[in-house]
Design a protein around this ligand. Structure first.
Ligand code: GLV
Ligand code: GLV
Length: 328
């Protein structure tokens, strides 16, 4: 088959996905075990119709303009804040993402962090490994119960809803903030729509599940942190720049918050100074979607998205569908 389109994959993906990509495209990929810089992406994808990229790749107007043959950008992620959507739209290039297939994985990790912070699991693990465990103690490592407490979900998309669904099993009160309340068929009966301010003021645990854009940069700033209940916990499995990390360090040091569980950081892979030093913070290396199942499904979806766009079919998800309208 000589007419297969040319695809550049910016990082090696799970084996089954690479095999699929090679069977459908003339596929080349980054041979190195590290993210590529912009120049390397431009070089690798030169002459390709499709780019399969990751959330660690900056695909800005410079990259997009330097790839004149490009007809589709397929992100291996649900978030696409690494891509300049306006620049792609100006060029008429569809930008695809992978919603849905990583919802359970990310909701599970959110719960892993909620439980790890509430019951001080990493701290307890360090304590046992250090040989400090001297026997059962009535006052050792007391955490807080979840039952009866309020979980505030900021952004109630697929992942927010999956987190809410799991909260029902913990008998929690569920609050959510979202620009428009969910329609009845999507709303969980127990989840109450409240303003962002009310959510901050009433929740024992605040968990972020909204996509990042400049409009929500540092949504959780010093003021928001002060509005939170004393002793509350903040969880972020969305994007790091939703939080002013310096303000978070200060709020934790002053014990205004009881703890935080973070999977994402504003300047990944750098972790804001001060976060490492706080025992009540649980830090994960952006592993929300890191399950065997999710990573394979994301890969197939990303490759299928690229193929569908090039063949005039229906992609699973397009972030800028207006580019298709203007072509018909
Ligand atoms: C992960 O952060 C994603 O957006 O898929
Ligand atoms: C994001 O769009 C999600 O899957 O919640």
């Amino acid at each position: 088959m000589t007419d297969r389109p040319c695809l550049f994959v910016t990082r090696r993906l799970p084996q089954a996905v690479m095999e699929f990509a090679h069977s459908r495209f003339r596929c080349t990929s980054n041979p190195q075990d590290r993210p590529l810089c912009k120049e390397e992406i431009i070089e690798g994808a030169q002459g390709c119709q499709a780019l399969l990229c990751l959330l660690t790749d900056t695909v800005d107007s410079e990259v997009i303009e330097a790839l004149p043959g490009l007809r589709v950008i397929s992100n291996y992620a649900v978030g696409f804040d690494n891509i300049d959507l306006d620049a792609a739209t100006r060029r008429g290039i569809p930008v695809c993402n992978t919603p849905g297939v990583l919802t359970s994985a990310t909701a599970d990790l959110t719960w892993a962090l909620i439980l790890a912070v509430s019951r001080r699991i990493p701290e307890a693990d360090r304590y046992v490994r250090a040989g400090s465990f001297q026997g059962w103690d009535p006052l050792l490592m007391l955490g807080r119960e979840l039952s009866g407490r309020a979980l505030g979900i900021v952004g109630m998309g697929r992942i927010g809803r999956a987190v809410a669904k799991r909260a029902q099993g913990f008998d929690m009160r569920i609050l959510y903030s979202k620009r428009t309340p969910l329609p009845p068929e999507e709303a969980l009966p127990q989840a109450e729509h409240v303003s962002f301010e009310a959510l901050l003021g009433e929740s024992d645990i605040v968990s972020l599940h909204l996509p990042y854009s400049e409009q929500v940069h540092h949504l959780i700033d010093a003021r928001a942190l002060q509005t939170m209940k004393p002793g509350a916990i903040l969880i972020n499995t969305a994007r790091g720049a939703l939080i002013d990390e310096q303000a978070l360090v200060e709020a934790l040091k002053k014990r205004e918050l009881a703890g935080a569980g973070l999977d994402v950081y504003e300047h990944e892979p750098a972790v804001h100074p001060g976060l490492h030093d706080l025992d009540r913070v649980v830090l994960a290396p952006h592993i929300g979607s890191a399950t065997v199942e999710a990573r394979e499904k994301m890969g197939f979806m990303a490759a299928e998205n690229a193929l569908a766009v090039l063949q005039g079919g229906q992609a699973h998800s397009i972030a800028n569908p207006q580019v298709l309208d203007s072509k018909t």
